[in-house]
Ligand binder design. Sequence first.
Ligand SMILES: C[S@@+](CC[C@H](N)C(=O)[O-])C[C@H]1O[C@@H](n2cnc3c(N)ncnc32)[C@H](O)[C@@H]1O
Length: 273
Amino acid sequence: MSLKLKFIRIIKNISPSNFLKSNFKRIISTIESSLIERIYAMNIYHNFFKRSISRSPQFNDGDAFENISRSWSHLLSLTRDNKSLGESPCCYVEFGVYIGTSINWFSNNLKHSESTLLGLDTFKGLPDKWETADQPKHSYNAQNDVPVLDDNRVSFTKGMFHETSEYWINWLKEESQKNKNIIIHIDSDLFGSALYALLNVAQCCDNFYVIFDELLGDECRALYAFTKAIPTKISVISSGARSYNKITREITQRSVCFLINTNLKTYPENFII
Ligand SMILES: C[S@@+](CC[C@H](N)C(=O)[O-])C[C@H]1O[C@@H](n2cnc3c(N)ncnc32)[C@H](O)[C@@H]1O
């Protein structure tokens, strides 16, 4: 049989439905489950987020603040016992420090002398590839150097979050018993890092503010997984401007601040209000 005839026979047998029937499982199994989870979490988050920002007066026409530091400033302007967070004793923990840009901002803007700030990082860069943004392992490598800040309330702990957990979990437990406002800043990019941070912080306190540097797929997936592990109510406080990520082709909110409450007996109907 000529090559041409053979080819025609093969093509005739490959009808779209035959092809799909015999290859469905194979196609599905090539899609990484993390991708589906990321898309699912982003979808849920965006629907709730849109609804809640459209109800909040601080968001101009349902949009966010124009930059990330305006979002942080809004968080620190919230009042408790007639005092803003910025003027009250706070305990700030940053997961992902790199060269210290964001922890430096918080050191300048958390004014109370009893506020304490702890930065956690390997200082050798991401411990794994950041799939969503296509960043290789070891991106954000600070060459093992901790930032130097002129503020003795700030300290740093070097290592993977799980390696240094005994220290920082005890520290955070002690700080939260002092009735300080707890602010957690998650800027560690990876799903595992963000989920590990959230689950362990929840062992130390049941009411805390959390800032996500950006809610791209991985952190969003971690936030969603967290709410499925522990009954959680989340209130949106503020957000920096939306930015478009060229690699993932996703529009994401930068520096989203939430109040997280895990002091619940059961899962709420909507985890974000
Ligand atoms: C985007 S950078 C942080 C940027 C920083 N907030 C700033 O303002 O410049 C992400 C950091 O997270 C750290 N990181 C991610 N996962 C980690 C983990 N499991 N343990 C320790 N550090 C981690 C990386 O080393 C990296 O420095």
